[in-house]
Design a protein around this ligand. Structure first.
Ligand code: EPU
Length: 422
């Protein structure tokens, strides 16, 4: 386990550029199974989850070559449909390979997928949609065997607005001749990015970004070049880090179109900011104050669950009380006891709701990161705190944030990493 040593109390200030969207990169990498031709992906974030997905692609026969840190070339045929358990188990997004494996080999063997520990992350929506396409799912204690016989377009009504299930249906439908429709689809920017990628391969897609998506697939998709769009959650994370530490920051590749609900959250805590243009966000040092008493996550374009933990840290620095509610994940909120150890005043009402009373001074502590978003929230808390903190298990943060300590130090923080190899 690696750790970060953080000397707190310095405002994060200066300029930073948002990396490619993790949750777009993962389904787009999975969709490279659709063609044997060469795919070039640019602006790929250099993060642990992406490295793990690339390794899984190699395990099932794809050839991959990094041209630079953020550019990869992928080609070749799928030669094996068994994902190695030790690798697939580390990455919940390995479920995204389901569609490509079914199309190329007719079957897939999956293990209960790994990833975050923030709730019972169900895979039912994925299996239900395979059945709607005429496939079959058999499970036993060791995992799942999924088969798809005839490839026929289908009309899918998702039982939940699941992001990765929407993406799996899109990938599957893109490789099947005929017109498929998804209703109750997720609307995230990564769904739109995946659609744009699939269109470049030769699929026809309408409605991505709405809850009804039409896909006209094809058996002969071809190679393409695609640049991953910037990560909205990373943009929001840097904005919160600037506001919580009282720094002035310019964030490049922060897309204005992603900031309706995130911007509303910032304003609701009296954070001063303006967009210099469609993708440059300027944050000013602000006197933080709770203006709206409730912050609730929702399905995109509502406030994203992945930004809830950092927003809670921001609220500890604002004057007033706020109820924070995340109905999606059962265990998102448990990390607040760590913030309380640092000096925050947070009451956990139930697994989904906390009340944050602020402002409170935070003090450095020795902490362990439980998951990617709580992890980055603890990093922000440590940056805002007085004194020194140590944050263990920083690999959870490396899953989604590229070179985190270098980018923070570039903004004036004092962060040092200690690598621990076994
Ligand atoms: N859920 C509901 N009702 C809904 C929608 C979702 O109860 O209408 C529940 C699900 O049961 C599940 C949770 O909410 O427990 C998340 O559902 P979803 O299936 O949408 O999650 P996912 O597709 O597995 C993606 C992201 C997650 C992000 C969620 C929610 C990827 C690879 N992962 O996961 O990203 O938290 O959507 O937005 O896209 C992260 O980046 O930190 C991360 C965990």
């Amino acid at each position: 386990m690696s750790k970060l040593y953080i000397e707190g109390g310095y405002p994060l200030a200066g300029e930073v550029s948002v990396a490619g969207n993790k949750n777009a990169a993962l389904p787009i990498l999975a969709a490279t199974l659709l063609t044997d031709d060469e795919i070039i992906l640019k602006n790929l974030p250099d993060i642990l989850d992406v490295r793990r997905m690339v390794r899984l692609l190699e395990c099932i026969g794809k050839k991959t070559e990094y041209k630079s840190r953020n550019i990869i070339a992928i080609s070749g045929a799928v030669s094996n449909n068994k994902l190695p358990e030790e690798h697939a188990g580390q990455l919940r997004a390995s479920i995204l390979l389901l569609a490509g494996l079914l199309l190329k080999t007719g079957e897939a063997f999956l293990f209960p997928p790994g990833g975050c520990v923030i709730g019972r992350r169900k895979v039912d929506s994925h299996f239900e949609m395979v059945e709607d396409f005429g496939g079959e799912v058999v499970s036993d204690h060791s995992g799942f065997h999924i088969t798809l016989g005839e490839q026929k377009a289908a009309s899918i009504f998702l039982k939940e607005v699941s992001v990765t299930a929407t993406e799996n249906v899109m990938i599957l439908a893109a490789g099947i001749k005929g017109r498929s429709v998804i209703q109750n689809a997720a609307c995230e920017p990564h769904v739109v990015d995946l659609a744009e990628f699939l269109v470049k391969l030769g699929a026809k897609i309408e409605g991505a970004g709405t809850n009804r998506i039409m896909i006209e697939g094809s058996h002969c998709l071809t190679g393409a070049e695609h640049s991953i769009t910037p990560d909205p959650i990373e943009a929001g994370t840097f904005a919160i880090a600037a506001a919580a530490t009282g720094g002035e920051m310019v964030i490049h590749n922060a897309m204005k179109e992603h900031f309706y609900s995130m911007g509303r959250m910032l304003r609701s805590m009296n954070v001063m900011f303006k967009f210099q243009d469609e993708k440059t966000l300027h944050l000013f040092p602000s006197k933080l104050e709770i203006k709206e008493k409730k912050l609730q996550v929702g399905l995109w374009p509502n406030f994203p669950t992945d930004l809830m933990s950092p927003a809670i840290v921001l609220a500890t620095q604002a004057k007033g009380s706020i109820l924070c509610h995340d109905w999606m994940f059962e265990s998102r909120m448990f990390f607040v006891d760590k913030l309380n150890i640092m000096g925050a005043d947070i009451i956990q009402a139930d697994p989904h709701r906390v009340i944050v009373n602020g402002p409170t001074k935070l003090y450095g502590q020795h902490l362990t990161s439980p998951d990617i978003r709580a992890g980055i929230a603890l990093v922000i808390a440590a940056l805002a705190a007085q004194g020194n903190s140590v944050i263990d298990n920083i690999e959870t943060v490396d899953r989604g944030y590229e070179e985190i300590e270098n980018r923070l130090n570039h903004l004036g923080s004092k962060v040092r990493r200690e690598e621990h190899h076994h």
